[in-house]
Design a protein around this ligand. Structure first.
Ligand SMILES: Cc1cc2nc3c(=O)[nH]c(=O)nc-3n(C[C@H](O)[C@H](O)[C@H](O)COP(=O)(O)OP(=O)(O)OC[C@H]3O[C@@H](n4cnc5c(N)ncnc54)[C@H](O)[C@@H]3O)c2cc1C
Length: 391
């Protein structure tokens, strides 16, 4: 039988990915008693937050994300100061698309309205400005100088160290097996039972496993992502002067392709497909789950044609998970029947940069304080018409 822990926490957070860590950090920073539970021993590479790099940018088609990013940059800088660790490298970000695309036009509108420093590039100028990238004639770009790379694993470590320094508690290697709603909410792991005034679920691709006994399933699709690294033909040619990029290339792929300069592996540039194959997070690497490599073929042909300075076969392939909602916007809301259970989920492969504010919002929902942002785009009820959202 699980040993019962006497302490009454202000909050228990389930899942020590970037969202759970930032949420816990905000609790600890506000002097709340907080416990972060993680099923695996830390660090681990089974979820969505591991690895050395993530893109940070303000260029979004949706104004609400661009607004949130302003505060995110401030909190990332605060985290660098508090931890004494460098977590962000400014490389600039090139957003690529065509003039005809609604999304590209929406991005142009948003960056202009929100006063994000940027520069528009016609195809010819792109060629001159970024000689390593060879694009079709119709391709145009928006350059955002503040874009860059976040050092993901270092950020997780910085947060976990600060949480402990601020008095927060982290228990890794403890899988949450049972949640009994109520006040207080009771949480039983593989080894102990805990109680808290509120519970925040940030369980990434495992979210629906935890919600099922709570009478709820969200329309989440869990995808296995191939993280591909490509070798430079001339060592050093895609490091210092190579930008991050995100692009839509309608003639060659249904989803975005993005890239980051060589960093974590010397001489290897990260170029990935913004989609993957459906997979259960517990079976991600089973030998029986033979991976479909159609995405890698799309990337190979993109690298061959558009990044001719790289070898067109991946030199390293790693694995990561996306948890997508139908509209690819996040879920930041309360459980509809249990107001002190807060859910942060469906981060759809683009939330690392936004985690400082996501964590703040989940803290605010949990503490029932004034919300800093309008949460309408993130509410669960937007899916009520879908069969899969069973409440
Ligand atoms: C290849 C790849 C590239 C990406 N690139 C970018 C990018 O460039 N920019 C960007 O902003 N974002 C990017 N993202 C997205 C971003 O990394 C994710 O949205 C983010 O990491 C999601 O974090 P999370 O905390 O929700 O999930 P996770 O990191 O999966 O964390 C969930 C945690 O919950 C734990 N857990 C689950 N169930 C239980 C349980 N029962 N008990 C205890 N613990 C439990 C898990 O073990 C896990 O540690 C990328 C993602 C991938 C995969």
């Amino acid at each position: 039988m699980a040993e019962t822990h006497r302490e009454l926490y202000d909050a228990i957070v389930v899942g020590a990915g970037i969202q759970g860590c930032f949420t816990t950090y905000h609790f600890a920073k506000n002097k709340r008693k907080v416990l972060l539970l993680e099923q695996f021993f830390l660090p681990h590479s089974r979820g969505s937050s591991h690895g050395q790099s993530r893109i940070i940018r303000k260029t979004y088609p949706e104004e609400f994300y661009t607004k949130m990013m302003k505060e995110c940059y401030q909190i990332w800088a605060q985290l660098e100061n508090e931890s004494g660790m460098k977590l962000y490298r400014q490389t600039g970000l090139l957003m690529l698309g065509t003039k005809e695309e609604d999304t590209f036009r929406a991005i142009q509108d948003t960056v202009s309205k929100q006063g994000v420093e940027h520069k528009y590039f016609e195809a010819k100028e792109l060629k001159r400005g970024f000689p390593n990238i060879q694009l079709p004639r119709e391709q145009v770009g928006i350059w955002e100088p503040s874009g860059g790379v976040l050092f993901a694993d270092k950020a997780l470590k910085a947060l976990q160290d600060l949480i402990r320094q601020l008095g927060g508690v982290i228990h890794d290697g403890e899988k949450v097996a049972e949640i009994k709603p109520g006040f207080p909410v009771t949480v039983t792991t593989t080894t102990r039972t805990y109680q808290a005034k509120s519970l925040v679920i940030t369980a990434g691709p495992w979210t629906n496993q935890l919600l099922l006994p709570l009478g709820m399933q969200l329309p989440l699709q869990t995808l296995r992502i191939n993280v591909c690294y490509w070798r430079e033909k001339v060592p050093g040619s895609h490091g210092e002067n190579f930008p991050c990029f995100v692009g839509s290339f309608p003639d060659r792929s249904a989803h975005h392709i993005y890239g980051l300069p060589a960093g974590e592996y010397p001489g290897l540039v990260k170029v990935c497909y913004h989609h993957g194959n459906k997979a259960d997070p517990d079976e991600r690497d089973c030998p029986s789950a033979s991976p479909d490599l159609a995405d890698v073929q799309i990337l190979s042909s993109f690298v061959r044609d558009c990044l001719p300075g790289l070898q067109p076969q991946p030199a390293i392939m790693e694995c990561c998970m996306y948890t997508n909602t139908p509209d690819e916007n996040f879920i930041l809301d309360r459980h509809p029947n249990h107001a002190n259970i807060i859910i942060g989920a469906g981060f759809s492969g683009h939330s690392f940069k936004l985690s400082p504010v996501v964590g703040k919002i989940l803290y605010e929902l949990s503490m029932e304080t004034t919300l800093s942002y309008d949460l309408t785009p993130f509410q669960i009820k937007r899916f009520q018409h879908l069969h899969k959202t069973s409440l």
